[in-house]
Design a protein around this ligand. Sequence first.
Ligand SMILES: [Zn+2]
Ligand SMILES: [Zn+2]
Ligand SMILES: [Zn+2]
Ligand SMILES: [Zn+2]
Length: 263
Amino acid sequence: MLFSGTLAILSVEASSLLSASEGETITICPLCETKVANMRYHMGLHILRALNNIPEDINMKQLVSDVSLCGFCGHSGHPDCVITITIKNTATSNAPTQWNTKCVYQHGFHYSFAEQGSKHKPVHNVPLKCELCHPVLPPKPGKSSHRVPTVAINAIWRYNMVEHVLNDHEEYCVPGHRAGGVPMPLGVLKTMQLTELEQASANIPQEKWQLFSIPGDGHDKENMAPSTSHASKRSAPSITAPRASKKTRTNLANAHSAVSLCA
Ligand SMILES: [Zn+2]
Ligand SMILES: [Zn+2]
Ligand SMILES: [Zn+2]
Ligand SMILES: [Zn+2]
C-alpha cells in the first residue's frame, strides 16, 4: 500500500467537499467504455467482480488488477490516484470532513450516504481511515481538549481494506483470507464488511459471499438483498457456510462468527 501512515498537509484548493452533489457529469468508463453518470458506483461493481473472479457481461477494454484499486478509475498504483482524507481529530474520530485525490475520474459524492450504501446504489466503496494505521485513542486524563492539528491522512478504499491488512498489518487474522494471527478490532473488521445487496448487485453468487458478519451493524437490515427463489429453496445450510441462508446468517451474527474464524 502506498505511503500508509504518512501525513500530508491539507491542500485546501485541491480538495473536494464531501457534500458535493453526486454524479453530475457523464464520463466514459476507462475499463469498459460505457457512459457512466456515477463512476464511483460503476467502478465499485467492476472492482467487486474482479476481486471475486466474476466474469463481466460486457467486453472489457482493460481488466481490473487486484491491488490498490482506485475507487474512481479502477487503476492500480497510479500516483495521481492516491487519496487522502481529512479528519478533524484523527485521535478521536474516523469521520472525514474532506477527501482529496488527483484522479481524473473523481467526482463529488455525498460521503455519509455513500458510506452507508443505498438501496439503489449499494456500492459503499469510500476512502476510509485505517484504524490500525491511525488508532483512535481515548483522551488523556485531564487533557480531554488536547487539540490535534487537522491534517490529511492517506486513506484506504473500503474494497482495498482486505488487501491492505493482509500486506501492511501482518499480525492480524483476516477472515476468509488469512487464518491465524490476532483478531482484528471490530472497527477494522467493519471497514471490510460488504453488504448482501452490494454483493448481489455485483452478481457474486451467494456461496462466495463474505463469511463473517458483525453484530450491531445496521447495514444488513437496510440493504437486505431481495431473496431469490433459488436462495429460499436451498437445502439445510451447513456450519461451514454460515451465510448460505438468512436464517443461518442471523444465528451466527455475533462477535464469535468473526472471531472464531481466526482460531
Ligand atoms: Zn465500466
Ligand atoms: Zn486512473
Ligand atoms: Zn483513479
Ligand atoms: Zn493500516
